[in-house]
Design a protein around this ligand. Structure first.
Ligand code: C5P
Length: 301
């Protein structure tokens, strides 16, 4: 086998169309029923042979991306190399377009992308199961970044069941100034639910049906995020963004994952442009991006 010169992988962002959160577990994680949907915003990770393991990043928020071993792309290369008893001599370059610390699994996407890119670069030909195992070790959202499409995540979000999607959906994402830390948002969820009986998280049948039939109106009515109250408590100004998008004609609005990106489900591509322009004009967000779903899993270009 001839060694590749470099491998580039495209990997998409996600929105949770439902995020049901249970009580904190003894290990600090929360059991979830998380309905992931991949959307067209994406990063690209390029792996090139190098001396040692290095990471670079380009894109609007590149300065906010850690370039050390805390970057999930670097950790993915290390974990894969360790499993195969090889040295992770690779340079990873991330072309970043997914909002950083935005609740859209941008860091997880880079982890899944780097894993697939290194696997191809090193000619390892790992099975999907092996890659998914490493993804789960990297973080709760990383397995979904690898597979894309739509899936129900249970456990801490890493146990995936693929879901059928019967049509395309149009979205607008309002990018906030600054990020929110996922553990801090879960901590706020714990604070807000103290003394309250938190039900077992369960996927909504109505929502799964809406996805399966590609019914935008039904999906809009079923969108739900149990972390939304916590994100709004930490960042009250997000309420103004949600209102601005709804007033501009979005069918529904919610916080994406742990936030602070807000997601707006819209009727069609034209409505997406209208809502995005209104959100930008409202001054309640840094920028707004249009997107479609579903999107594929991590793919070698
Ligand atoms: O799995 P990941 O490293 O992405 O999780 C980041 C943090 O988010 C965890 O350390 C935990 O505080 C919180 N989390 C959680 N329950 C989950 C997933 C994440 O409490 N199911």
């Amino acid at each position: 086998m001839t060694a590749a010169e470099s491998v580039t992988v495209r990997v998409h962002a996600k929105v949770n169309v439902q995020l049901a959160v249970g009580a904190a577990r003894p290990d600090g994680f929360h059991d979830l029923a998380s309905v992931f949907l991949a959307v067209s915003l994406h990063d690209e990770v390029t792996a090139t042979p190098s001396d040692g393991l290095t990471v670079t990043c380009e894109g609007r928020d590149a300065d906010k991306v850690p370039l050390d071993r805390t970057n999930l792309a670097a950790r993915a290369a290390e974990l894969l190399a360790a499993r195969h008893g090889i040295v992770p001599d690779v340079h990873l370059h991330i072309a970043k377009d997914i909002p950083v610390a935005g609740g859209m699994a941008g860091g997880s996407a880079d982890g899944a992308g780097a894993l697939l890119a290194c696997d191809a670069l090193w000619g390892l030909d790992s099975s999907r199961e092996e890659l998914l195992e490493i993804c789960a070790e990297l973080g709760s959202d990383v397995p979904f970044s690898l597979i894309g499409g739509a899936a129900l995540g249970t456990g801490r979000g890493e146990n995936l069941t693929e879901l059928p999607v019967g049509g395309g959906f149009h979205w607008v994402f309002a990018v906030a100034d600054g990020g929110l830390s996922t553990p801090v948002v879960f901590g706020e969820f714990d604070r807000l639910t103290e003394g309250v009986e938190v039900p077992e998280p369960a996927a909504s049948k109505v929502l799964l049906d809406a996805l399966r039939t590609g019914d935008t109106t039904a999906l809009a009515a079923a969108l739900a995020n149990d972390l939304q109250a916590a994100a709004l408590s930490l960042r009250p100004s997000l309420a103004e963004t949600l209102t601005a998008g709804t007033e501009a004609g979005a069918l529904a609005a919610l916080v994406s994952g742990s936030g602070p990106t807000t997601a707006f489900l819209v009727k069609d591509a034209e409505s997406a442009e209208t809502v995005a322009a209104a959100l930008i004009a409202s001054g309640t967000c840094r920028t707004a991006r249009v997107a479609t779903s579903p999107a594929p899993g991590a793919t070698v270009l």
